[in-house]
Design a binder for this molecule. Structure first.
Ligand code: CMP
Length: 139
């Protein structure tokens, strides 16, 4: 499979299923504020206990979330780092890049604005965060 090194801004957004369904206007707004981030295998992307300043969307590659009791694999189309932003609390887990990853990073205020502008996305992310927190509550 293609490594997707150096994907263009537009490709990064349209490669992501959560973004692909959004109106053009919103996709353009994301392109303006997103921070493309390329990660290498083993790179620590999030440290448990830190304050959260951004959320990440995986355009290509895979990451591993490590909680006290679970290792969860996330791949293209998944989002992570949303919990601390939604709760205002600390990072709930460590997250590592498994291979080379192309990520779309949105800073907290841009992520919140995106959710405020899209009810579908808001619902999706809120459900996701809730499900994950529930899974971790028996850690
Ligand atoms: P946050 O707590 O900000 O930082 C760590 C991230 O790991 C968290 O947001 C979620 O995006 C993700 N995460 C935590 N627990 C799980 C889980 N059980 N399954 C999948 N992802 C998780």
């Amino acid at each position: 499979p293609k490594l997707d090194l150096g994907m263009k801004t537009k490709e990064l957004v349209t490669a992501h299923p959560l973004f692909a369904g959004l109106p053009k206007k919103q996709q353009k707004a994301i392109m303006k504020v997103m921070r493309p981030q390329f990660a290498v295998p083993g790179e620590k992307l999030i440290r448990k206990g830190d304050r959260g300043d951004a959320a990440y969307f995986i355009a290509s590659g895979a990451v591993e979330v490590r909680t006290a009791t679970h290792n969860v694999l996330l791949g293209r189309g998944d989002v992570f780092g949303e919990i601390a932003l939604m709760t205002g609390g600390r990072r709930s887990a460590d997250v590592f890049a498994l291979g080379y990853c192309q990520l779309v990073r949105l800073r907290a205020q841009d992520f919140k604005k995106l959710l405020a502008d899209s009810t579908d996305l808001q619902d999706h992310v809120a459900m996701l965060a809730q499900k994950r927190q529930l899974m971790n509550s028996d850690d």
